[in-house]
Ligand binder design. Structure first.
Ligand SMILES: C[S@@+](CC[C@H](N)C(=O)[O-])C[C@H]1O[C@@H](n2cnc3c(N)ncnc32)[C@H](O)[C@@H]1O
Length: 221
């Protein structure tokens, strides 16, 4: 029997961890609507959008509300269930599938745009993930990888957590998760740009906002 390398760094986001994350981020509408707006500036209206690692599906739902045909792919079966339920409650047609970003179950050139938020630092094969994103994009398509910056100031992380409206204990746990689990895995500007250069995209543009970066990728027409 062949052994497969683990597809993510850290713990699996299954069961109660997925429920906790879904509850914590449910009120974070500002983050999802700002990202949806940024996607809409680059993705053609009504286009086919893939969200890689959508977790509870809040961004995918926001994109579906804006008229995109949205598919989400996540390694966590709990999140596939939660996101499917959330999309049904929201009355949108976003679809969610189980799978690994580095081996996606989609044909070549099947999406106009790919977006991924708060997840890239968890991928164990980041160049493989970028190459797969490149493969499933149509020529002329684009991608946006939004994630935590290694140099995000602790004060800014505190403000971000405060905006989530959590109980004091949960806010403390969330700040602790950022500082001790997420920041150590986060990419520096130099390291994320270098990964994009080594991938099939061959390069990128990098934007920075708040505690994160937005790695903007384009597939030649
Ligand atoms: C912190 S959550 C982010 C969820 C959501 N994108 C957000 O912005 O709130 C990280 C997500 O990455 C997913 N994930 C981790 N490794 C993955 C992989 N190799 N392929 C697909 N999804 C993966 C996890 O299951 C989880 O849904």
């Amino acid at each position: 029997m062949s052994t497969q390398a683990k597809a993510y760094r850290g713990v699996a986001m299954e069961g109660f961890i997925a429920d906790w994350y879904a509850r914590n981020t449910a009120r974070d509408f500002r983050r999802f609507s700002e990202t949806a707006r940024a996607v809409a500036e680059r993705a053609k209206p009504g286009g086919r959008v893939l969200e890689v690692a959508p977790g509870p599906g809040y961004l995918a739902i926001e994109l579906a509300r804006r008229g995109y045909e949205v598919v989400g792919l996540d390694i966590s079966r709990s999140f596939v269930r939660i996101a499917t339920r959330n999309a049904a409650s929201a009355g949108v047609a976003a679809k969610f599938e189980h799978g690994d970003v580095a081996h996606m179950p989609f044909p070549d050139a099947s999406f106009d745009f790919v977006v991924c938020t708060a997840a890239f630092k968890n991928f164990t094969d980041p160049v493989g993930a970028l190459d797969e994103i490149h493969r499933v994009l149509r020529p002329g398509g684009g991608a946006s990888i939004v994630d935590l910056r290694k140099d995000a100031p602790h004060a800014a992380i505190g403000e971000e957590v405060a905006r989530m409206g959590l109980s004091p204990l949960n806010a403390a746990l969330t700040r602790w998760t950022f500082r001790l689990l997420l920041l150590p895995r986060a990419y520096t500007r130099e390291s994320i740009v270098e990964l994009a250069r080594r991938s099939r995209f061959g390069g990128c543009e990098l934007g920075e906002e708040g505690i994160g970066f937005d790695l903007r990728l384009a597939k030649g027409a």
